[in-house]
Ligand binder design. Structure first.
Ligand code: ADP
Ligand code: MG
Length: 260
């Protein structure tokens, strides 16, 4: 579904991504791991159209999508989750979901006067859709809470929920599990698996929690110093000497499972 082909991203003379190539198969939950500074988030930003690569291409279903702006990628079903923006904190959880589809009518005064009924119908459809998403994520009880008042983990579910308001095909999750408690992490993992199985969502997941990665992802791609170091099923990856070396080399504690 996605082909990352020889991507480079330089910041000045620094090669944050130094020739990364891999594929994300349709229907997979692909993990992307690696020590801090490996270039994972930068790569997501290149794929999602927030950063232009210095070199290389990104393909989606065989089509070159390199450098397309986020909104046109969004329309193609390629989504990257974002933190709930500060300015939306005073809106309710449900209102945050209802904000998502961008091309609804009713945005101009003209439409407001001439298409009132159509707008009302559309609002109702959006509201129903938001209710369905809240139910899917088991957070219906939060519908009318201010987004700024929910917990960090619940915000992560809301971020995932926003991708459910549109017909996403491939969703990029950057450390959605960071700072999330075990129970909510399981809810999140469960939602990802259900979306993958029942709605055919493809995922690419950056995460430090190795249990989370092992539970969800196959294959797992390992990046270090801007390059792809290894790729394979999670159990192989966690035994891979080069991978262990890469983590040890940075003195980080988040070693693959069983090696700490
Ligand atoms: P990861 O997500 O794997 O932890 P990042 O992609 O965030 O790594 O960062 C990779 C490297 O690129 C880091 O050394 C970081 O400091 C650097 N970097 C990221 N964004 C920029 C930027 N806008 N300008 C300069 N350097 C950057
Ligand atoms: Mg990062």
């Amino acid at each position: 579904m996605i082909v990352v082909d020889g991507i480079q991203k330089h910041f000045g003379g620094f090669r944050a991504i130094d020739g990364a190539s891999f594929e994300i198969a349709e229907g997979s939950i692909t993990g992307l791991i690696g020590p801090n500074g490996a270039g994972k988030s930068t790569l997501f930003n290149v794929i999602a159209g927030l950063l232009k690569p210095t070199a290389g291409r990104v393909l989606m279903d065989g089509e070159d999508i390199t450098g397309l702006p986020p909104h046109s990628l969004f329309r193609r079903g390629l989504l990257r989750t974002f933190q709930v923006a500060h300015e939306f904190g005073s809106m309710t959880v449900k209102e945050n979901l209802m904000m998502v589809p961008g091309d609804q009518i009713g945005e101009t005064l003209w439409n407001t006067w001439t298409h009132r009924k159509a707008i009302a119908r559309q609002e109702q459809a959006l509201s129903d859709k938001a209710d369905e998403v809240l139910d899917f994520l088991t957070i219906s009880h939060l519908a009318n809470q201010r987004a700024s008042d929910i917990s960090g983990g619940q915000k992560k579910l809301l971020e995932l929920g926003r991708t459910l308001m549109v017909d996403a095909k491939v969703v990029f999750l950057d450390e959605v599990g960071a700072g999330v408690n075990r129970t909510l992490l399981n809810t999140l993992a469960d939602a990802i698996i259900r979306l993958n199985k029942t709605r055919n969502y493809t995922f690419c997941v950056i995460e430090h929690d190795m249990d989370f990665i092992a539970q969800l992802c196959d294959p797992v791609i390992v990046m270090a110093a801007g390059k792809v170091l290894a790729e394979g099923p999670p159990d192989h990856i966690m035994e891979n000497e080069a991978v262990i070396e890469a983590y040890l080399g940075t003195g980080q504690k988040n070693l693959p499972k069983g090696r700490e």
